[in-house]
Design a protein around this ligand. Structure first.
Ligand code: KG4
Length: 338
């Protein structure tokens, strides 16, 4: 029996989770509200909040899992990428926990962990995990990538954004409409009441499987600026249609390249991960492509779309099987690829 405690602290969520033989036992997430009034994450405040949260969050995760510290086989933690101060809290906690209990410590790449979330079993007889090779669209506030997943530890980025991430496009356009931060979930909610074909915004023309979202942001901004000159209530009057049309444009851009990759590589097993994978328009598009093109799709549970330690624990589980352990001189890294 292998029991892994996972720790995630790369940005503004402090999370701990317990996974036993690949099956989830608990996943506790403490989100930090302190950043809301600044319109974005403040790194120094994030690391202080992690310090306050980490012990109670781990305590809750063990309690919910009904597992004692002594039953943990190894502690897995996010080494990066992320905010250095935030990562330091999780890394230092993992070192202390590992040393006190004399158990191995396992470093996890945050981006790989998002992909690995698809291997979490809800119960012992859950066999819905993807088969290799598959494609994973990783879309969050900081990433928009198409990843070719060849095995648990062999992932290749075949397409990525050359400027803004998809989540940033949602958030920046939402900010222009005065929808607060992060605006992605608000756009999603309002889009449900709007007409996605009411307005059209420019789509990028980029080679290969790469993305670009900065042009869309500019086109959205200029469009609103022109309309507001004629009618100062334009945003208020058309909020739902604006959100629906914006969401459709972002989803179309994401799906076009993913479809191209799927066709050219002949891979019909396709997953989605990261914060933007909570978007209902994107989820619907996946269903549509599944019906139309016979894709076998993998859409994460909402709890695994944002940053969470369950994905770190499952990554740790597969690394444990390979005896891929970290040493005590391990330091977090802010920037790293898959
Ligand atoms: O992965 P994540 O929680 O954090 C990092 O980027 O690290 O992703 C957050 C991003 C934000 O840009 C947020 O606006 C977006 O995911 N997001 C959504 C939705 N839920 C979260 N975007 C569109 N629709 C949603 N339902």
């Amino acid at each position: 029996m292998i029991t892994i405690l996972g720790i995630e602290s790369s940005c503004d969520d402090t999370s701990a989770a317990v996974i036993r033989d690949g099956v989830i036992l608990s996943n506790v997430i403490a989100s930090q509200v302190v950043h809301e009034r600044y319109g974005g994450v403040v790194p120094e405040l994030a690391s202080r909040a992690h310090q306050q949260n980490i012990i109670p969050v781990v305590h809750d995760a063990l309690k919910q899992a009904e597992v004692s510290k002594e039953e943990i086989s190894a502690v897995a933690f996010t080494r990066g990428p992320g905010l250095l101060g935030s990562l330091l809290v999780g890394t230092s906690f993992a070192k202390g926990f590992s040393s006190a209990l004399n158990i191995p410590m396992i470093e996890v790449n945050h981006l790989q962990a998002h992909v690995m979330a698809h291997f979490i079993k809800e119960h012992k007889s859950d066999h819905n995990q993807p088969h290799f090779p598959f494609l994973c669209l990783l879309v969050s506030g900081g990433n928009s990538q198409i990843i070719l997943v060849k095995s648990y530890d062999n992932m290749e980025i075949i397409g990525k954004t050359i400027d803004d991430a998809a989540g940033e496009a949602f958030d920046k356009c939402a900010k222009v409409m005065g929808l607060g931060y992060p605006g992605g979930p608000v756009v999603d909610r309002l889009a449900k009441m709007g007409d996605p074909d009411r307005f059209t915004f420019s789509k990028p023309r980029i080679d290969g499987y790469d993305y670009s979202f900065s042009g869309l942001k500019t086109s959205f901004l200029y469009f609103l600026r022109d309309e507001l000159k004629m009618d100062s209530d334009f945003i208020e009057k058309h909020k739902n249609d604006l959100c629906a049309s914006l969401q459709k444009t972002i989803v179309d851009i994401l799906m076009d390249k993913l479809f191209k990759a799927s066709e050219e590589l002949g891979i019909k097993e396709v997953a989605v991960a990261g914060g933007v994978s909570a978007n209902s328009g994107l989820r619907n598009a996946f269903e549509e492509y599944s019906n139309k093109y016979g894709w076998k799709i993998h859409i994460p549970k909402f709890a695994y779309t944002t940053d969470n330690a369950a994905m770190v624990a499952i990554s740790g589980y597969y690394k444990y099987l390979e005896k891929d352990f970290a040493t005590y001189d391990v330091a977090p890294y802010a920037r790293v690829s898959i």
